[in-house]
Design a protein around this ligand. Structure first.
Ligand code: TXA
Ligand code: MG
Length: 369
């Protein structure tokens, strides 16, 4: 039988092992201890993990992803008390740190605090801070416990590609670059963690994510407003955020609510609908070849994804990347995504869609160069 090959025609050598098998987790833990990266499930997205205390192991993660060295990794801990080993006592003395950790860990929240020297520079891209989180996933926690070290892990995708929410997504992107993928089923939350800077008595939202900012503010009061000195625009504070993280291979645009999508004859347009109602509206308004095919049978779109027919934003977040993975594979000319309200997890959804839209514009400009 010919060997499976990935998009670059490289042989896929990764083994997907069920995380339900204790021997598989034990094997992954041994790999981590011996400096080899392993892909594993978390509640947000799959991670590509390595021993955070071993600079060479961490370098292998950057290598496998093709990730620029100035983009820091998140260090995953097995339990909250471990943060005293890695974060600066002055930052830990900020009562908001304890409060958020005890309220939201394990969970989709990354706290950025000044680091202790035991965390190697490569893991934090030379910053004096480190992003810490305790993931809310039994497999991730078992893996960290058995490895006996904190695990530095970015999302397990190639740099600039879609985040993975299934083992199969990881295999397609990194199948020739990682030996072992632990399969824990689909990720429950589906968007990455919320990243919050809490170093030096500040409180700045660096990346909207799985934990809504409103939930954080309910615990510790208002976060610093995004503005001129918005840390998320400051490469020195959050390097990864200034990049268009996800550049789809198919152009993506966000359709203004209630607008008509215009489709050229023969053009294959995919729809990412915000709800079943949203889909119906889009079908009613779509203009194909300058006309409205009001009575036309079937869909104006070549592919339609409706992760949350009822419009529930948690469900939409959980199915977002999955839907985009499928649309990317559907041979489309472009993808049109419907916007959602920017509250709760809706903020993370819109953040990812905007990055995708910007990423597709930038990659097209590059192609034309
Ligand atoms: O949910 C998640 O956060 C997933 C899972 C695997 O835990 N991980 C993830 O990692 O999304 P990654 O590498 O794709 O995104 C990490 C981002 C960086 O790009 C950066 O924006 C921010 O977190 N970050 C990490 N450490 C930081 C630091 N010391 N200072 C500022 N931002 C940091
Ligand atoms: Mg990522």
């Amino acid at each position: 039988m010919p060997r499976a090959r990935n998009a670059d025609n490289a042989p896929v050598t990764a083994r997907i092992l069920s995380a339900g098998d204790p021997a598989a987790v034990a094997q992954a833990a041994r790999a981590i201890r011996s400096g080899e990266p392993v892909a594993f499930p978390t509640e947000t997205v799959y991670g590509l993990g390595a021993n955070a205390l071993d600079p060479i192991a961490v370098a292998r993660v950057f290598e496998a992803k093709g990730r620029p060295r100035f983009d820091p990794l998140i260090v995953h801990l097995g339990a909250t008390p471990e943060m005293t080993r890695y974060a600066h006592p002055e930052d830990l003395a900020d009562p908001r740190v304890r409060r958020l950790a005890s309220r939201f860990w394990p969970g989709p929240l990354t706290l950025v605090l000044r680091k202790l020297p035991v965390i190697p520079e490569i893991a934090t891209a030379g910053l004096d801070t480190v992003g810490l989180r305790v993931p809310d996933h039994p497999v991730a926690l078992r893996l960290i416990a058995q490895a006996g070290v904190p695990i530095a892990a970015p999302s397990a995708n190639r740099f600039g590609s879609l985040s993975p929410t299934r083992a199969e997504h990881v295999r397609r992107q990194l199948g020739d670059r990682v030996a072992l993928i632990l399969d824990g089923g689909p990720s429950r939350i589906g968007v990455e963690s919320t990243v919050l800077l809490l170093a030096r008595r500040r409180a700045v939202l660096l990346r909207p994510g799985g934990l809504p900012a409103e939930a954080i503010e309910a615990e510790i009061g208002p976060l610093e407003p995004a503005g001129a000195d918005d840390a998320s625009n400051d490469p020195a504070q959050s390097p990864g955020m200034s990049l268009a993280h996800y550049a789809p291979t198919v152009p993506l645009e966000i359709a203004p609510a209630g607008s008509a999508v215009t489709i050229a004859p023969g053009e294959r347009v995919g729809l990412l609908a915000a709800s079943a109602t949203g889909r119906r509206q889009a079908e009613e308004l779509a203009k194909v070849g300058g006309r409205r095919p009001a009575e036309a049978r079937g869909s104006a779109f070549a592919a339609v994804e409706i992760p949350a027919p009822d419009g529930d934003l948690l469900r939409l977040a959980a199915g977002l990347f999955e839907a985009l993975h499928r649309l990317e594979g559907a041979g489309l000319d472009r993808i049109v995504a419907q916007p959602v309200p920017e509250s709760g997890i809706g903020r993370a959804i819109m953040d990812r869609l905007r990055r995708a839209a910007r990423g597709s514009v930038e990659s097209n400009i590059q192609k034309k160069r």
